[in-house]
Each structure stands twice: as C-alpha cells, then as structure tokens.
Ligand binder design. Sequence first.
Ligand SMILES: Nc1ncnc2c1ncn2[C@@H]1O[C@H](COP(=O)(O)OP(=O)(O)OP(=O)(O)O)[C@@H](O)[C@H]1O
Ligand SMILES: [Mg+2]
Length: 477
Amino acid sequence: MTNILKNYSLRTKLVLLYTILLIFSVSLISYYSYWNTWQMLINNKASNMRARAKPIIEHFLNSKGSDSPDSNKVTRQNFSELAYDLTSRNATAIIINTNGEVIATGKRLPEEMEPSPINYKYFHQALSGKNEISYITDANGKRVQVFLIPIRPRPGNQKIIGVIQISASLSDVNKTLFQHSVELFSVVAIILIVGILLGYWLIGISLKDLQNLSVTCQEISKGNFTKRADIKNRKDEIGKLADSFNLMINKLENMFDLQKRFVANAAHELLTPLTGLKGSLEVILRGAQDDRETVNKLSKGMYKEVNHLIRLCDQLLGLSRLESTTNLSKRQIVLHEFINEFKQKAKYIIKSHSFIIQEGPYVKLTADPDLLEQILFNLLSNAVRYSNAGTTIFLNWKLIPDYVEFRVVDQGKGMSKEVLSHAFEPFYRGKNQNSSFEKGTGLGLALTKSMIETHGGTIKIKSIPGKGTTIYFTLPI
Ligand SMILES: Nc1ncnc2c1ncn2[C@@H]1O[C@H](COP(=O)(O)OP(=O)(O)OP(=O)(O)O)[C@@H](O)[C@H]1O
Ligand SMILES: [Mg+2]
C-alpha cells in the first residue's frame, strides 16, 4: 500500500487522506442524525399513542361504575368495546387477561391492521406493573411498534386485571424518516462535493510554493547560485523551510566564494616563490654557475623561498586537516603543567623580547595539546614579529563560565582598522611590515582561528595602533 502511494504526488495523497477523513466524519454525523431522528419519531409516536389511549381507558373504567371490575369480570363483552375504541386504521388494540389469553380484539374491518402476536416477556413485565412498555417487532412482514398498558380498576391501584396491547404501524414514521434521509443525503452530497473541491484547491495553493521551491533547487543544482526561494508572507512550515533554504544557499554561496578566493590566493602565494626560484635558476643556468659569489647569494635566496614554500604547504595542510573535528586527539591537560613545558619551547621564538607568564587559576581542560601548542606559537610569533625587540609579551588566563580565557598581550605596532577587519582571512597580510622580519604567509591567524573553533572556542582581537595588541581566545573546560 505504501509502495503504491509513493508513486503519487503529495497533493493526491493529501486530497485522498482529506477525502477519507471528510467522508468518515460526514458519515458519522449523518448516521448520528438519522439515528436521533428515528429515536425522536418513535418516542413521539409512543407519547402520542399513550396520550390518545389514556382518556379512552379512563372513560371506559369510570363508565363501569363504582363497582370496580375485578379480574373475574375481565370478559370479552366488557372489553371488546374498549379494544374497539382504541383501534384505528393504523393501530389495533387487543385486551389480554392475566392468564395471557386474548379476550378482546379491536379489529373489525378487513383494512384494519392485524394485531401482532403477544411477546410474553414484555407481557409479564406489564402484568407486574410496568407502565411504559413499548417495543419494535416484525408482524406479518411489517415493522410495528407495540405498546403495553396494564389495566387497573382505578388509577394508582396496585391490582392489575389485564393488559392492553396496541400494535401501531410504523408507516408514518418510515415516511418521515425517508424524507429526512433524502434531505440528509442531498446535504451530505453537497458537503462532500464542495469540501473535496475546496480541499483540492487549498492543498494545491499550499503546495504550489513547495513546487516552486523544488524548481529553484533544480536551477541551483545546475549552478545558478543567484536563485532564491521566492516565498513571501508565509509564516507556516513551508515559509520557514523557504527561509532556512535561502539562509543555507546564502551560506553555501559565501563558502564557495571563499573557497574560490582561497584557491586563487593559494595559487598566487605558491606562484610568487616559484617565480623567484625560476628566476634564480635561470640566472644560474645562463652561466652564473662559475661565479661562486652569485651562486651563493642565489642559493641562499632559493633556500629561503623553498622554506617559505614548505611553511606554506604545511599551513595549507594544517587548515585542511582541521576541517574535521575527528582529527583532534583530545586529552585532559593540566594547564599549569602544560604552560611550564611550553615556556621552555617558547624560548626558541622569543629571543629578543621579554616574556612574562602571569599564571591564572588551576584549570584542567580537554584539548589537543599539539594544537594548543600551535595556537600559542602562532600568537606569540605574531607578537614577536609585530613588536620591537626589548618590549614585553604577556601570556595569562582566567576562568569564565564553562571556558578558560587566554590572553596574549604585546606592546607592538598594533593593527589598523583595516588590518583588524581582515586579520583572520587566509593569506591576508598587513602592509608596512617591518622588513627585518621574515615574510609571513598570512595563514597564521586563519589557522589559529580554525584550531580554536574546532575545539569549540572563540577568538577576538583588541588592538590600538602604536600601543599594542591583545588577542583573547577561549577554550571549553
Ligand atoms: N600581534 C600583532 N600585532 C600587529 N599586527 C598583527 C599581529 N598579529 C597579526 N597581525 C596582522 O595580521 C596579519 C595576519 O596575521 P597572520 O598571523 O594571519 O599572518 P602573518 O603573520 O602575516 O603570516 P604567518 O602565516 O606567517 O603567520 C599580519 O600580516 C599582521 O599585519
Ligand atoms: Mg602570523
């Protein structure tokens, strides 16, 4: 069944479901209405019959005089008159004595109804004093309603001297019920037709936007990234889906742009040292190999370029490795111990600056120690590179809720607004660099940011040009 349904459109399935629900609910209401009407008609008829019979019976009993008729006097002569009075074209009365024998019947004319046979279960109930007995039964192939009325010598008297049974035809009830059914059927048919058409139309309108969305998806998959889901003024799930979809495409577009720029920048960065290398090699090949001094100078330059290339490739590899957090080998780090070890290694890069570690609170954090070391190295080498010799570099940390916040402070040249806004972009390098420093690749901060973010932390920079820079970064504990 579900396999068959899979081949149909969502609209067909929704309309089908809606139709089934509509038919089910309308049928339920119709059945309830039919049943209610039937009950009402039957009860009405019963009350009418009793109301009609009561004065006739009372008149009959009163006319028998103060001498209360006892069971012995319940005879054919006494009661055939009563049975006759209670009989009409659509109802026939019979009088049954306490022994269950029919002692009088009201049917005289052939067109009058045949009385229905006695149902002794109900007869005994009537005989034991139950007043309002009526039931539906089949008699002579027709449905009839039967009423039983116990006969008492006087109203309120406990003694029962016989039972009147009136069998009434249900033809009038059936006729009214049939009329009611025809009306009900017409209304139900109209409700179903209008309901289904309206549902089909409404569902179509609702799904049209979804269809447009699917067209947009197809266009985007063909490479047209300028396309967006054009669904306005919709606050429902489809509207939300369109919003999320547009948000996702915006992000993807940005990511692709970034990636394109990244590849272009990477190629450019690789090309610069390679062009330098090519130039140097050409000079050597053109005959400079005999000039020891030139070869020496060129070799030193080439060695520097090759080193730069290796560093660049290393950093590019590092960036691509960081794409997935599964590459992290996290373990628990006691920060004091870690920093103590790190202090020794930091000496290799901090040679002509003073380095002060202001120890913060005792912290245990879960992180990849190699990456944490790399983060600190990158930040410290920037601090060294962009501040004058003899100035001080500080490293400290403090606890904030759920995180430990590190700070690397230098007293260097600081960053202009321009540098600050691009510092984390791969291959971005600030201008006016102190030419005495080794040229960077512009990947250091991008890599650092990635390493921190893969740990679930954040990084931000505060810098005052000419005064110094503070880098804040957090790692979860
Ligand atoms: N502590 C700092 N003080 C002043 N400027 C800084 C500092 N750190 C970074 N910058 C600026 O931000 C730019 C980007 O830094 P980033 O570390 O990403 O690249 P880089 O240092 O130039 O090269 P590398 O990839 O070798 O680190 C730098 O070129 C520099 O202009
Ligand atoms: Mg750097």
